[in-house]
Design a protein around this ligand. Structure first.
Ligand code: BGC
Length: 735
């Protein structure tokens, strides 16, 4: 429609008489649905009263914000995120509402998705969970999370994508795109520096700009600039003395300024603490504020939010400008137009076969085979398998904080294995017998009256008679395990599992350890057991995914998205002197040397390195070949490496490219992940993987210049199967 719409015009075109505009003061904003969104936003804005504008900037219930009823602008409905669609809660409470139509598919935790090293699966994940959100009538999915894995004690690491900014970036982009293809916004969280839980509201993070730009921000930037994320969630913590919810540098300067983010910043629930800073630099949408106990007293506690009446009063008194208000409202309307008011949205789907298949596949592709001595795995189908451990039966989709779900079904590891073998079960240890979160109950009775010695004795005696023992343990979603709001207390497995595993391995040499966790754990028994699988929290299809790998229907191809240290004191932040947990000011002393960057620099051998993951077949790498040996700043170099499946079964290998800067004015990591490719190979098949290197892959952040720079000199390309398993190298010069 060629007509230009001025704000004052507020015109509607009547159907069939497009040349004769009709003036309508109120009424639905169905003004020319084909008009560009920005015009429709200006039109809507021009019709809104001051009160209506303020009303769209804060919550009206636990998970929704008001629209403009008079103008037909709908409410905005948010949901957690990020592994499935959270059950409906009461209007003003965290407690579930008790609906019977809100059970969902739980997809594997984001650590598992990252461990797949497969952007195509991340797209499938985003599309699938986006469809579930759409079917449930949600506009904003509160996820994915991309905070960098800084310490293995971090309670929420299981909801994030590991320690490497490049890997997290490559996974988050398709996830966001997949979700948003449904007209549902991804809300990428928690921006930024949410690396601890215990004192998440008071921890005040300081770090050097290199670490900020090189390690902690890239995945957010990729989500915004490449993924086109429509919303971002500010984190609870402070950065350099100011809460992130009103942090000028992070929100105004970097996110909106440097990156050009035009979407809405949504506060984490209860993450707004003042009106002035929030009005001037902060979030656009305020959720979850605890209004000093007013929740129970005021007629509408939401009117007491920092971006509600206090803002309105400041506007009326002239303290705040309407221009500033309009900027926020515009961003919120943009989010509404992109989602709730999106034309031609589909209807989504809930609990579909396709979603279960996606969950199962992502789960199996993310499982990491850490160790497999003498080819113990895969197990023989139909054999006598003793399954030991609480995590073989405990529902893991309930608990852990806001990502807790109400699932339509959850296949336990025991049930999955029982479909493939003759199974006996022994509890082995007692962890947490609870199974309730905000009114959703697992319905499981895990009570146990026997003591640890009796449980061990039973498991060990049954182990002697089994063909194989599969121990399924690890962490769970209880406090101080993998859980929001509380970090872990140490690296060790809880509940006496270490001793039990050693006893089982002594009783049966064919003992497999399958760890269900979202974090690294120490493994004092690592040399005693022949096979170890890192299984993550796998959601609805957990047992099927695990059995698919255990019995060889799926050849494992997951690779670790973070390092497993031998001891906590080896891991970067801890070795750099961090006290834990932190409250108040804390400085990230390890700087850019996070994860494998630290182990490389210190020459510390980890238990399992970033990128490690075995297969039931073997892969041989040929020599890396460059198409030239020097390049200029604007040029490109290609490096190719042939990879051959030298085993007897089909398999997938993630070929990893690390780059080392041999000469630089500032310290750089020994090597950094800069690309990867997952290839599928039949036995004896060879594929050549080619990576293209531009100067972007060579740059570091120069804090003095406030810019990314690539310095001339020699660079080395290290290509391999893991960060500690480099198979071939090549060098070139940047001129
Ligand atoms: C969490 C967010 C979550 C929100 C809403 C907060 O406590 O930190 O990740 O999206 O609650 O449930």
């Amino acid at each position: 429609m060629a007509m230009a719409l001025s704000a004052a015009a507020a015109l509607l075109l009547c159907a069939g008489c497009s040349q004769r505009p009709r003036r309508v003061a109120d009424g639905p904003v169905y003004l020319d649905r084909q008009a560009p969104t920005e015009e429709r936003i200006e039109d809507a804005l021009s019709r809104m009263t001051l009160e209506e504008k303020v009303a769209v900037l804060h919550a009206q219930s636990k998970f929704s914000s008001a629209g403009v009823p008079r103008l037909g602008i709908p409410e905005l409905w948010c949901t957690d995120g990020p592994h499935g669609i959270r059950p409906e809660v009461l209007w003003d409470e965290w407690e579930q509402a008790g609906w019977t139509s809100d059970s969902c598919v739980a997809f594997p935790a984001l650590t598992c998705l990252a461990a797949s090293w497969d952007p195509d699966l991340a797209l499938l994940y985003g599309q699938s969970i986006g469809e579930e959100a759409l079917y449930r009538g949600k506009d904003v999915l509160l996820g994915p999370g991309v905070n960098i894995y800084r310490t293995p004690l971090g309670g929420r690491n299981f909801e994030y994508m590991g320690e490497d900014p490049y890997l997290a970036s490559r996974i988050v982009v398709p996830y966001v795109q997949g979700v948003q293809q449904n007209g549902v916004a991804a809300c990428v969280k928690h921006f930024a520096l949410n690396n601890e839980e215990t004192h998440r509201h008071t921890i005040d993070v300081d770090l050097d700009d290199r670490a900020l730009y090189e390690i902690y921000l890239p995945a957010f930037k990729a989500a915004v600039q490449e993924g086109g994320a429509w919303s971002i969630m500010s984190s609870y913590n402070l950065y350099r003395g100011t809460h992130v919810g009103n942090n000028e540098r992070l929100l105004d300067d970097i996110l909106r300024g440097e990156w050009g983010f035009d979407g809405a910043v949504i506060s984490d629930w209860g993450g707004v603490h003042e009106t002035e800073g929030t009005v001037l630099h902060g979030v656009d949408l305020e959720f979850g504020t605890w209004t000093d106990g007013l929740t129970m007293g005021a007629t509408n506690a939401y009117d007491n939010y920092y971006l509600a009446n206090p803002y309105l009063e400041g506007l009326r008194s002239g303290k705040y400008t309407v221009e500033g208000l309009d900027a926020k409202v515009r961003r919120v309307l943009r989010l509404i137009f992109r989602t709730a008011m999106r034309e031609n949205k589909g209807f989504g789907a809930l609990n579909s076969e396709a979603h279960y298949a996606a969950a199962r596949r992502i789960g199996a592709e993310g499982i990491v085979l850490l160790k497999n001595e003498n080819g113990l795995l895969p197990l023989r189908k139909g054999s006598r398998v003793l399954v030991v451990g609480e995590n073989a039966v405990k529902m893991m989709t309930v608990g852990g904080g806001s990502s807790s779900l109400k699932v339509q079904h959850e296949i336990s590891p025991l049930a999955g294995i029982a479909e493939q073998a003759q199974v006996t079960y022994a509890r082995g240890y007692v962890g947490d017998v609870g199974g309730e979160y905000n009114g959703v109950s697992s319905g499981q009775d895990l009570s146990e009256s026997r003591n640890p010695a009796q449980l061990t004795a039973e498991a060990v005696s049954l182990a002697r008679e089994a063909d194989y023992v599969v121990f399924v343990g690890g962490l769970n979603k209880s406090d101080h395990q993998d859980c929001e709001g509380a970090d872990r207390l140490d690296l060790a497995l809880p509940y006496g599992q270490d001793a039990l595993i050693s006893a089982l391995a002594a009783a049966n040499p064919r003992t497999v350890v399958a760890l269900v966790s979202g974090n690294a754990v120490s493994m004092p028994w690592v040399d005693k057991v022949p096979a170890i699988l890192q299984c993550w929290f796998l959601g609805s299809e957990a047992g099927h995914s695990i059995a698919d790998v255990l019995f060889g229907d799926v050849n494992p191809s997951g690779k670790l998205p973070f390092t497993f240290p031998r001891a906590l004191c080896d891991s970067p932040a801890h070795q750099a002197g961090m006290t834990f947990p932190n409250e108040g000011p804390t400085t990230y002393e390890e700087g850019i040397f996070v994860g494998y960057r630290w182990y490389d620099k210190q020459g510390i051998e980890p238990l399992f390195a970033l990128g490690h993951g075995l297969s039931y077949t073997s892969f041989e790498y040929g020599p890396a070949r460059l198409d030239r040996t020097s390049m200029t700043e604007g040029g490109r170099i290609r490096v190719s490496v042939p990879v051959t499946n030298t085993g007897s079964v089909p398999g997938k290998e993630t070929v990893q490219l690390y780059i080392a800067d041999r000469e630089s004015s500032l310290p750089r990591p020994v090597k950094e992940l800069k690309d990867f490719a997952k290839v599928s190979l039949e036995p004896a098949q060879t594929k050549t993987v080619t990576f293209e290197i531009s100067a972007d892959k060579l740059r570091f952040y120069d804090p003095a210049a406030g810019a990314w720079t690539a310095e001339p000199g020699e660079f080395e390309l290290l290509i391999g199967s893991a960060s500690d398993d480099i198979r071939t190298r090549a060098a070139f010069t940047l001129k």
